[in-house]
Design a protein around this ligand. Structure first.
Ligand code: 2M8
Length: 424
């Protein structure tokens, strides 16, 4: 494993080169052979540090999968790869009126893209590129406003766990209401990864049942109340608030009014502020269909990333929640932060995917959030531990908080990309 900053950066850049299909950077060498939405945006943020032109190509490539109504899909099935199930056949996007020519999924993912475009522009200004992509970013954000808001607060709902950290226990109660459908294919993740580190078949059956129901309406449910799953995810909303601000910034660069984006950002941030829970020292999210949401997942801390808490709340959230040894922070038996589920939660599992392990993208969002909320020393501490983890165990998809061992896929693109950003 590389030990110096230079060799760590070189190894990270090499992972991105190896995962580059020529058309897009795949999230991982084998497990994820297509183009995923927030993976590509995070990859572009890393590429901004080493090869901005390639970063711009990544953004263009993702936007090729854009739907006519503005949605940027969660997966673009560029045709040359097939070793992934469920693949394009599950979604049948060709049957949907708004779909593009290229096969895609019918749902979206956290909108990090405007932030990636801003990072690219700050690293290597390119006005022509902004003129090309800013209208598409604006349309996507407008689509979210139109299709996914459910009241005047500006908050939006996701309609499938795949639109966020899919297997997180915060979705368990909502998912329990969905009768699973039978799996009629062999899961490709099982060919590459240990079953203990991935969602169960029962969860997959429910994910597929939601897709079946959404597909009946070409993935545009008549209303969120009628969608089988509708959840006000704090990760998604915080990413959107920051992305709207970044979009407003990009519009200003172009000399255009970014008023809609800037107003949207303020509205979402104000709404997030009201979700603060003083007793829990964190934010609280909710299931739109009224079930009690499972709390104590790392999404509760995401409003930090959007700069929502004032200094007092941010400090309290850090001391009592993010860095608390019983909850998300380092402890003698689990020294690697930040866990994706609080260790005190009965749902905590140090091995399984989004149900406990440490993720580099989550740490990256929180580091930016701590910086933004005026906690630079705390941000530096988390950054140092994150880089130490990567140095020790490589660019894994996720990590065991107790041992620091690599879990999921190796050579994971966003872990490499965000390492480049953290080093810069
Ligand atoms: C994971 O999701 C896919 C389904 O979309 C899967 O489990 O096969 C999630 O971690 C998701 O957030 C991520 O974008 C994707 C690719 O890395 O993998």
């Amino acid at each position: 494993m590389p030990t110096s900053v230079d060799s760590l950066a070189a190894a990270a850049a090499e992972v991105l080169r190896r995962n580059d299909t020529g058309r897009f950077v795949k999230p991982a060498p084998q497990v994820y052979p297509f183009q995923w939405n927030w993976d590509s945006a995070l990859v572009a943020i890393g590429l901004a540090r080493v090869d901005p032109e390639r970063g711009r190509a990544e953004v263009r490539s993702l936007l090729r999968g854009r739907w006519r109504d503005g949605m940027v899909p969660h997966i673009v099935f560029h045709p040359q790869e097939t070793d992934y199930s469920p693949g394009p056949e599950l979604w049948g996007s060709a049957e949907c009126p708004a779909a593009p020519h290229i096969a895609t999924s019918g749902i979206t993912q956290p909108p990090v893209l405007a932030t990636a475009v801003r990072v690219l522009h700050e690293a290597d200004p390119d006005r022509t590129f902004l003129e090309e992509v800013v209208p598409a970013l604006d349309e996507w954000h407008r689509w979210l406003e139109k299709e996914r808001s459910f009241d005047a607060s500006g908050l939006v709902a996701i309609v499938h766990p795949w639109e966020s950290a899919d297997n997180a226990p915060r979705f368990d109660a909502a998912l329990a209401r969905i009768p699973p459908r039978e799996l009629t294919f062999t899961r490709s993740d099982r060919r590459h990864l240990d079953a203990d580190e991935r969602p169960t078949d029962l969860e997959y059956g429910r994910y597929l049942a939601i897709v079946d129901q959404l597909k009946e309406h070409s993935y545009r449910p008549p209303s969120l109340r009628e969608a089988p799953f509708a959840y006000v995810d704090l990760c998604f909303n915080s990413v959107l608030a920051a992305a709207e601000e970044d979009l407003a910034w990009l519009c200003a660069e172009l000399g255009e009014g970014g008023d809609r984006a800037s107003l949207a950002a303020t509205r979402i941030r104000t709404a997030l502020e009201t979700l603060w829970d003083e007793g829990a020292a964190s934010f609280r999210e909710r299931d739109l269909h009224g079930e009690e949401a499972t709390t104590d997942t790392v999404a509760d801390l995401f409003p930090l990333y959007a700069g929502v808490p004032d200094e007092r709340r941010a400090l309290k959230l850090f001391a009592q929640t993010l860095w608390s040894p019983e909850r998300f922070g380092p402890s003698p038996d689990a020294p690697w932060p930040v866990t994706t589920v609080a260790k005190s939660s009965p749902a905590y599992d140090s091995l399984r995917y989004w149900r406990g392990p440490v993720w580099i993208n989550v740490n990256w969002f929180l580091i930016r959030g701590l910086e933004r909320c005026n906690l630079p020393a705390e941000a530096a501490e988390l950054r140092a531990l994150t880089l130490r983890l990567v140095e020790r165990s490589g660019f894994a998809e996720y990590y065991d908080p107790s041992t620091g061992a690599a879990l999921g896929s190796g050579d994971f693109s966003w872990s490499a990309a965000l390492t480049l950003d953290l080093l810069s």
